[in-house]
Design a protein. Structure first.
Length: 291
């Protein structure tokens, strides 16, 4: 969890930029008309894809249905304020997602968290076809399956504020588990007769095997509208070596450590050589699955 926030940008990380005293965004659903570039500016500040949807702060109508050409929303970033300021503790400072056009294979998307919006089971107290209510389902890709995290029925336009704490908790638990597993694998690799090299079974190791990534490739993540650039390099074992020499097992763990909030690292990191996002490279691994 993070501890500081301001409207646009909604959060200042002490490690990346000076703190400010601007107030946290009101978690109520905004009725004001957003400025045309307001959402884009916020996404660029946070280092997120410019085609993403900002759910919190509210800069426009809250999505209440999954489009016909989409399967779910992929959660990209969540920020829940910490308890440094009791007046803002627990407030949702940021919640963003992007639409997925199809259901990706869970084994290549381990750790991805998605949200599906469906019409609610008909409530006799609601008019037929009412689009101000929605059933929301959250799923996590884990060990080759899309596992249900929870389902919320009959939610109104404030559903992002209700789901954000759960999304943050799930992303945090997954990253912590992945890092713990990686440390255990390092210890095992140091035993006599064990290989200290690539950890099989991870998507990054699959990218290395497929020559879609090379050992030593530099990755970049631009934030603060291009004012801050983070770099990392791919190590032989498929882990991420940051410029400050910290090592992380997954792109999301590396992005979360740098950004001060829960981040989907596959969408954040790009290869310096050609600007391709890790998520684009991962999509090439998906092709054989979808034939």
């Amino acid at each position: 969890m993070t501890t500081g926030s301001n409207p646009v940008p909604p959060h200042q990380s002490a490690a990346a930029a000076p703190n400010t005293d601007q107030r946290t965004d009101d978690p109520g659903v905004s009725t004001a008309t957003p400025q045309p570039d307001e959402e884009t500016a916020l996404l660029r500040w946070e280092g997120l894809p410019v085609d993403a949807t900002v759910l919190v702060p509210s800069l426009g109508p809250t999505p209440m249905r999954t489009p016909h050409d989409a399967w779910a929303m992929l959660v990209l970033a969540v920020d829940i304020l910490g308890d440094v300021d009791p007046d803002t503790a627990g407030q949702v400072a940021l919640f963003t997602a992007t639409w997925l056009r199809g259901r990706p294979p869970a084994d290549l998307h381990d750790g991805d968290l998605v949200i599906r919006l469906t019409p609610p089971d008909q409530d006799p107290d609601l008019p037929e076809g009412d689009e101000h209510a929605v059933d929301v389902e959250m799923l996590l890709a884990y060990r080759g399956r899309w596992l249900p995290v929870g389902r919320w029925s009959g939610m109104d336009e404030r559903w992002p504020w209700t789901l954000a704490p759960t999304a943050a908790a799930v992303m945090s638990l997954y990253v912590d588990a992945a890092e713990t597993l990686s440390r255990d694998m390092v210890l095992n690799s140091e035993r006599p007769g064990s290989s200290p090299f690539r950890w099989a079974g991870t998507v990054v190791s699959d990218l290395l095997t497929a020559k879609l990534l090379e050992v030593g490739d530099e990755l970049v993540w631009d934030r603060r509208a291009g004012q801050v650039r983070h770099t990392a390099r791919i190590r032989m074992d498929g882990t991420f070596l940051l410029a400050d020499e910290r090592v992380f097992a997954t792109p999301s763990a590396a992005a979360t450590a740098l950004g001060g909030k829960h981040h989907h690292g596959w969408s954040a990191w790009r290869r310096t050589a050609d600007g391709r996002a890790l998520d684009d490279l991962r999509a090439e691994l998906r092709a054989p699955h979808e034939r």
